[in-house]
Each structure stands twice: as C-alpha cells, then as structure tokens.
Design a protein around this ligand. Structure first.
Ligand code: ATP
Ligand code: MG
Length: 260
C-alpha cells in the first residue's frame, strides 16, 4: 500500500488537482483508492462530487481524531475513488491536535493501520492537504510513504519547496516508510528569462526528486473541476492529452514504489 501526501505551503499550485486526478487515474487501473481530504476548504471533496449538506464534521478527519474508523467515515464516488470528505469544521483541527496524545501525530498512521486489519482495504491512499505547514502536515507525513509537491518555476514556490523538504526530513525521524518528496511540474511553462532561472534551479537542485511528466496549463483541468468530474470522466477538448499525462505520472509512481 502506498500513501501519497499532496503538499506545499504555497497556495494554488495544483495539490487538489493532482490529488483528484491521480486518485482517478489509479482507480482506472483497478487499484482500490482512498482519498482523504484534509483541507477545510473541501475542494477535493467538492471536485469528487461531495455535497456539503450530506457531510457531517464526524465524517471527516475530525471523526478519526475522535476514534471513529476510516470505514465509518467514507463514501463512494462516481470516479471509483473512495472519499473521506472534508468539512469546514476541520479549521479547528490544529487546536484539537495540540491537546491530543503525542500532538495527534499518529492519528492517521493508526487509523490506516486499523483499516489494514485483517486485510488491506486500499492499494493507494492519497491525502489532499491545505497550503500550510504545521500539525496537520506533520500528522499526514507521519503516515505517508511519499510526499508529492506540484510546482511552478517561481521564487515563492521554490522557497515553499525547500520548507517542505525540511518538514519531510523531520517526519522521516518518526516515519521510516516516508521515501521523500517527488516534484511534479504542473501548470508549467518556463517561458520568460526569469522563469528559466527557476526552471534551471529546479533541474539542478532537485534532479533526483523531479518526475519526468510535466502537466501544462490546460483549461480542461479547470473546467472539469467546475463539473465535479475528474479528467477521466470529463469529455471536453484536450481531455485525452491530459488523461495520458496523468497515466504517465501514475506509471512513474508505480515504477518508484510498486502499485500496491
Ligand atoms: N495544469 C493545470 N491547468 C489548468 N488549470 C489548473 C491546472 N492545475 C490546477 N489548475 C487549476 O488551478 C486552480 C488551483 O489549483 P488547485 O486548487 O489544485 O491548487 P491547490 O494547490 O490545491 O490550492 P490550495 O493551496 O488553495 O489548496 C484550480 O482552479 C485548478 O483547477
Ligand atoms: Mg487544494
């Protein structure tokens, strides 16, 4: 079982877009996929068709924090992806984690261990994280096997990437299964001279971590979100090209980690 944490403190880089479409891509390969939405903004939940009114705070990570099991909280989606939804009340999680045993560091790791007994229920688990460092990221990294960071060639994004590398190094002290960070160039166009400076920096400083597949800006990704469809259900222009890119990304991850 692989556990991928989509993370970067910089907002709007494509964490949710990658979380949803990677989840859908793995599901197309008949793998059992669980997406856990850890962001109070609930964007992944919405994208996967979750509607606010049917989701209670206890169906979200807050339920896990209060001892519920993953299987008590999840719902199935039209993408073939199982969803543990977010709720706006997740905004209180950092405070609640602070008063939990070990600052709640092992809540996700323990919940996943329980869902694996007696048999693993999922092949792939994906966390969609808010653009923040702090206790929720630490709890996610304590349970993850790999962190995935979407980036663009910009100074602030690369600074956030360095901060994420530090968070991952810290998390590896408590979680030996955490392999490190893989970087995905998303919404990527290194056109101006300024962009190329950061593009070169990325290639030289993070050569080992950089995945080969590059996702360009494509309206299909934005438009499919509006229709609450992954790129695999969306039928507009460019959908085929983008689907193939997500399948390439999945291939790269399977080569790194194995599929289950
Ligand atoms: N490759 C792409 N082409 C076009 N639009 C994209 C692409 N990737 C993401 N987007 C769009 O850009 C916006 C921001 O992406 P997304 O919500 O995935 O970022 P995020 O990192 O999850 O943001 P936050 O930090 O707020 O959670 C969304 O409207 C999304 O649909
Ligand atoms: Mg997001």
């Amino acid at each position: 079982m692989q556990v991928y944490a989509l993370a970067l403190e910089k907002g709007g880089v494509g964490k949710t877009c990658l979380a949803v479409n990677l989840a859908a891509a793995f599901a197309r390969l008949s793998l059992r996929v669980l997406l856990i939405d850890l962001d109070a903004q609930s964007h992944a939940t919405h994208w996967l068709g979750g509607t606010g009114a049917t989701i209670r705070p206890e169906d979200s990570f807050l339920g896990l924090l209060n001892g519920r099991s993953i299987l008590d909280c999840v719902r199935e989606t039209e993408e073939g992806v199982t969803l543990l939804p977010a709720h706006p009340a997740l905004a209180s999680v950092p405070v609640q984690l602070a008063s939990a045993p070990n600052s709640g560091l092992f809540v996700l790791q323990d919940a996943i261990a329980r869902v694996n007994q007696p048999q693993p229920q999922f092949d792939i688990i994906i966390f969609d994280l808010a653009p923040a460092r702090g206790p929720v990221l630490a709890t996610a990294l304590a349970a993850a096997t790999r962190c995935i960071a979407p980036v663009q060639p910009e100074d602030l994004v690369l600074r956030a990437l360095q901060a994420l590398m530090d968070s991952v190094s810290q998390a590896q002290r408590v979680n030996p299964k955490l392999q490190g960070v893989s970087i995905v160039r998303n919404r990527y166009a290194a056109r101006s001279a300024g962009d190329q400076v950061y593009d070169n920096l990325l290639r030289t400083s993070y050569q080992q971590q950089l995945l080969k597949t590059v996702i360009p800006v494509r309206a299909a990704l934005r438009d499919s979100a509006g229709l609450q469809q992954s790129i695999f259900r969306y039928n507009g222009p460019d959908a085929n090209e983008v689907r193939n890119l997500f399948l390439d990304l999945v291939d790269e991850l399977i080569t790194l980690d194995g599929g289950s």
